[in-house]
Design a protein around this ligand. Structure first.
Ligand SMILES: NC(=O)c1ccc[n+]([C@@H]2O[C@H](COP(=O)([O-])OP(=O)(O)OC[C@H]3O[C@@H](n4cnc5c(N)ncnc54)[C@H](OP(=O)(O)O)[C@@H]3O)[C@@H](O)[C@H]2O)c1
Length: 265
């Protein structure tokens, strides 16, 4: 089985890479930090293909695909995982940063899927996995552009599953809530820490999620919500939004005009 995994050098992607390697899969790993990918491939060189690529450059996001097929054969699973998160007041976010994030988190996954799908349909087999976010279901104040990117990816992913229903190709949409990774840590630090935040944000483990994703691909699950307690938000999105609007702590950096009384400076 040949799995293409973007963002394999850290966090959830790194955990998925380790899990698939332990299950004997062949793996194309894509990220900017080549040294980290090479380290992960040690001991499995014959079934690993390492690609150093900056996927914000979505015009060239599919350049590596032919080389991957040449190295490890037809693609069985595409995991669109690479992503960055901007946790910042909308008006303080430089447009260029937002644009780069939209390219990486939304355009590149859509482009990779669009590029790889025809061969999967022709072979009547394959799985696309999109790592979206709970932000797609319960948009979080303070993540203006990230909410848009993940909402777009999740909607595309959920709709594509039905479109491909009779083709033999499957789509799985993954909605992580907070999962301990460098991204999660940086995002959390952008907010003023409150007791409500601690209580309302159970945080998961990347290795556990990786196992669920690999099992989910094997059993053709439609979607994964992890940690499971966030299933509440999927079933009660309006109530979740009501709570998030009122309970999300203020960002540490706020424009003067929008600062609530008592917010940290
Ligand atoms: N952790 C969470 O709480 C959480 C919650 C919801 C959704 N997610 C989603 O899960 C996915 C993985 O996040 P994570 O928490 O594991 O984050 P992470 O530890 O920061 O890892 C991000 C991965 O994306 C890659 N990446 C970043 N910019 C890239 C670029 N320009 N080109 C190519 N690759 C790039 C990074 O590799 P390089 O830096 O080496 O390029 C790294 O491998 C993301 O899509 C994220 O939005 C995470």
């Amino acid at each position: 089985m040949h799995v293409i995994l973007t963002g394999a050098s850290s966090g959830i992607g790194e955990a998925i890479a380790k899990e698939y390697l332990s299950r004997g899969a062949s793996l194309t790993m894509v990220a900017r930090r080549k040294a980290k990918l090479t380290e992960l491939s040690q001991g499995h060189e014959k079934r690993c293909h390492v690609v150093e690529a900056d996927l914000t450059d979505y015009a060239r996001a599919t350049d590596f695909v032919d080389g991957a097929i040449e190295a490890l054969g037809p693609i069985d699973v595409l995991i669109n995982n690479a992503g960055v998160q901007i946790v910042k007041a909308a008006v303080l976010t430089p447009w260029e940063d937002a644009e780069r994030m939209m390219h990486l988190d939304l355009f590149t996954p859509l482009k990779l899927t669009h590029h790889i799908l025809p061969a999967m349909i022709a072979r009547q087999s394959g799985t696309i996995v999109d790592i979206a976010s709970m932000a797609a279901i319960a948009p979080t104040p303070g993540m203006f552009f990230y909410n848009a990117a993940k909402g777009g990816l999740a909607a595309a992913s959920e709709g594509l599953r039905g479109e491909l229903r009779h083709t033999g190709v499957h789509v799985m949409t993954v909605y992580p809530g907070p999962v301990r990774t460098p991204m999660e840590e940086a995002g959390r630090k952008a907010y003023v820490e409150t007791t409500a935040m601690k209580l309302l944000t159970p945080t998961g483990d990347a290795d556990v999620l990786a196992r669920k994703i690999c099992d989910g691909v094997a059993s053709r699950r439609h979607r994964i919500v992890y940690p499971a307690s966030y299933g509440f938000s999927r079933h009660f999105p309006n109530l979740t939004r009501f709570i998030l609007d009122r309970m999300t702590p203020p960002l540490k950096a706020l424009p003067e005009s929008t600062k609530p009384r008592g917010a940290a400076t």
